[in-house]
Design a protein around this ligand. Structure first.
Ligand code: 13P
Ligand code: SF4
Length: 324
């Protein structure tokens, strides 16, 4: 468990941590009747302390089902917002409120309203990686694990806007043969993988399988023998006969891959810059210390207007109904 040296964790900007920090975190969780939901891109220590780890769809489902009074969301803002939309009467905490998302930010509400108005006969399918305001303007929400399935359920003659991720949108177009009107947003992490370095890795490790998240550009996806959401990638590498994988998504997932397939080897796909791996700077703003302080202070809390919440709830519920 806990891979970080405790001595490094004795003090944070928020104050002194108790000596028995891990025990104190668990006892706070019990006291609050809290559940810790964590995305696969969180740092390993958070994954190890979480009650539930999952991809965006699994986390939305877990948030919908929980009986806890407090949801501590170890993920980014739009994920915690989704949990709040589904649970208006629960306290939803995000350890660092600055944990945003370039993809969600690439789709501002005002500009999207204009875009939508220019396509009045279109149904709006939005990727869950968007703000509550965008969800409120959408007809159906999807995640990377159900986007293809959801678009396939929409009658062929119905024109569709797909927002905000152009890469996932392009992938869905290829998989469904549908012509979607794409909002031109993207994820800073998945757009930065280097095709050249992935090809070099494939040459250096000919026995390795490259696997990729559909938020990657098509220049990366074309080198992948499997494309899927984080949960699908995790399942794939457990079931595949391959012993080595080049993983083109945020490397936080490799912690679970290594745990569930300890005999296999995982190489994080490198980005175009000089780093060896490609961590999401927003996901990594959450730390175990901030998680402790969030529970201790019952803050930072996710809030939103009831009008927006109700409007955003409808397309999320449609997604949940369409992805059973
Ligand atoms: P999934 O959780 O659907 O795999 O999406 C990955 C992601 O980028 C979340 O921010
Ligand atoms: Fe957003 Fe990309 Fe980070 Fe996911 S990995 S939270 S899509 S910036």
């Amino acid at each position: 468990m806990f891979t970080t040296v405790l001595a490094q964790r004795d003090k944070t900007q928020l104050g002194e941590l108790p000596l028995d920090f891990f025990a104190a975190t668990l006892s706070l969780k019990k006291e609050l009747n809290a559940v810790i939901l964590a995305h696969y891109y969180q740092e390993p220590d958070i994954q190890d302390i979480a009650d539930f780890i999952g991809d965006s769809l699994q986390l939305a489902k877990a948030a919908e089902k929980t009986n806890a009074d407090v949801i501590v969301f170890a993920g980014v803002h739009f994920m915690a917002e989704t949990a709040k939309i589904l649970n208006p009467n629960k306290l939803v905490l995000l350890p660092d409120l600055n944990a945003g998302c370039t993809l969600a930010d690439s789709c501002p509400a005002e500009a999207f309203a204009t875009f939508k108005a220019a396509h009045p006969d279109h149904l709006v399918v939005s990727y869950i990686n968007c703000s509550a305001d965008i969800k409120a303007m959408s007809d159906i929400i999807c995640t990377s694990s159900n986007a293809v399935k959801i678009v396939q359920q929409i009658p062929k003659e119905q024109p569709i806007i797909f927002a905000p991720d152009r890469n996932l949108g392009r992938y869905v177009m290829e998989q469904t043969g549908r012509d979607l009107v794409l909002w031109q947003g993207s994820c800073i992490v998945h757009e930065t993988f280097s095709e050249k370095k992935i090809v070099q890795l494939k040459i250096a490790h000919p026995e390795a399988e490259a696997i990729a998240h559909p938020e990657c550009e098509s220049s990366v996806l074309r080198h992948a023998s499997f494309i899927g959401s984080t949960a699908a990638l995790l399942k794939y590498c457990q079931q595949s006969n391959a012993k080595k994988f080049i993983v083109a998504t945020e490397p936080g997932i490799i912690h679970q891959m290594q745990k569930l397939a300890p005999d296999k080897h995982f190489i994080p796909a490198p980005p175009m810059n000089n780093c060896n791996c490609n961590e999401c700077p927003f996901m990594r703003l959450n730390t175990l210390e901030k998680l402790y302080w969030a529970m201790k202070n019952r803050s930072p809390e996710i809030t939103m207007s009831e009008n927006i919440r109700l409007a955003a709830l409808r397309p999320i519920q449609r997604m949940l109904e369409m992805s059973v």
